[in-house]
Design a protein around this ligand. Structure first.
Ligand code: KG4
Ligand code: ZN
Length: 338
């Protein structure tokens, strides 16, 4: 008889996506329902925390019902409830955590709280069934930019991270000054396709020799200063050229550091994760550099790069099968080290 698969119900509400997924054996997605609030926040040019929490509260039950229905899974078939415990917006996280705790209590199921970034890394296990640790991961999103040495399913070490803005945050802020719509990352990605990446030479910040940390705020400020000085001089600027030049300045640093980290730690696999991993130029540049270095590159499809509950289900699966669980006292953490 075939062994029953371990089914995880997972909830993600750390920022502006309300998502519930059902995942079998960590890697098989039975359903992954995502309700995006992007349209609600667009008018404000960024995520408004109070509105995000309220929207999660309004949406969570419907998203949960859809996910259960789409997967045709009954409560009795669920083995563990996974949820993002942080980092993220505290009010937003709390909606997911309260829902997960209520389900765990009502259905008498174990609860596993997971780190959002660990979830992003785990998106690669869903997309690439053959992927196993160890590997190097580049986690690049609106809230984080880190290079992570992944040594096991539940073991990893951050070897470099941003000292100021996350890459996605810099993309979003530059897009705003360029008058591009929110979220800025995809808008810059698109605008840059028709621009000249060598039109303006923005600063590439590599920090101290050998450091795997990042700093993007100087490059972002460089764009703002350039736009101001051109305006003051009465010159017009070409949005596509500025977008392409900014994007290249950020990505040259990111690609160089991720490759150097993989080479230094003798990793033959590099996995991309986080919302900015959907960036077309980043994928192209990393693809070319990895091929030259003999490193295999893993990229989840764009839908698994941005926030979703399936990746949280995968992370919760590996935590739970290694004996990890949380009590109903589980709390939300705005800042949480990996
Ligand atoms: O992982 P994610 O959905 O949420 C966080 O955990 O932050 O990432 C969202 C970020 C936003 O900053 C968005 O602008 C960026 O990912 N992003 C992109 C692209 N698609 C999304 N940045 C650059 N190019 C893209 N194609
Ligand atoms: Zn994220």
């Amino acid at each position: 008889m075939k062994e029953k698969k371990l089914v995880t119900l997972a909830i993600e509400t750390s920022c502006d996506e309300t998502s519930v997924a059902l995942v079998a054996d960590g890697r098989d997605v039975l359903s992954n329902v995502i309700s995006s609030q992007i349209d609600v926040h667009r008018v404000f040019g960024g995520v408004v925390p109070e509105i995000a929490s309220r929207r999660h509260l309004e949406n969570i039950n419907a998203v949960l019902e859809s996910a259960m229905g789409e997967a045709s899974v009954a409560p009795g078939e669920i083995d563990v409830i996974g949820v993002t415990k942080g980092p993220g917006l505290v009010g937003a996280l709390l909606v997911g955590i309260a829902t997960a705790k209520a389900l765990a209590f009502a259905w008498n199921k174990p609860l596993a709280g997971v780190h959002h970034i660990h979830g992003h890394i785990c998106a690669n296990y869903i997309a690439h069934k053959e992927l196993e640790p160890p590997f190097m991961a580049l986690v690049i999103s609106g809230g984080h930019t880190s290079i992570v040495d992944v040594t096991g399913y539940n073991e990893c070490r951050v070897i470099g991270k941003t000292r100021d803005d996350a890459a996605g945050e810099a993309f979003d802020k530059v897009a705003r000054v360029l008058g591009l719509p929110y979220p800025g990352g995809p808008a810059i990605d698109e605008a840059a396709k028709s621009g000249d990446p060598n039109a303006v030479m923005f600063k590439r910040v590599f920090l101290e020799k050998g450091s795997f940390d990042f700093s993007f705020s100087g490059t972002k400020t460089g764009v703002m200063n350039y736009l101001n000085s051109e305006k003051q001089a009465g010159r017009t600027t070409v949005t596509a050229d500025v977008a392409a030049s900014f994007q290249l300045a950020i990505l040259e640093v990111v690609v160089s550091k991720a490759l150097n980290a993989a080479k230094l730690m003798k990793k033959d696999k590099l996995a991309l994760a986080g919302g900015v991993a959907a960036n077309s130029l980043l994928r192209k540049m990393l693809g070319e550099e990895c091929a030259k270095a003999g490193i295999r590159l893993f990229c989840p499809p764009p839908a698994l790069c941005t926030d979703n509950a399936a990746m949280i289900g995968c992370a919760a699966h590996y935590k739970f099968t290694a004996g990890g669980k949380d009590s109903l006292a589980l709390d939300a953490w705005a800042d949480l080290e990996l």
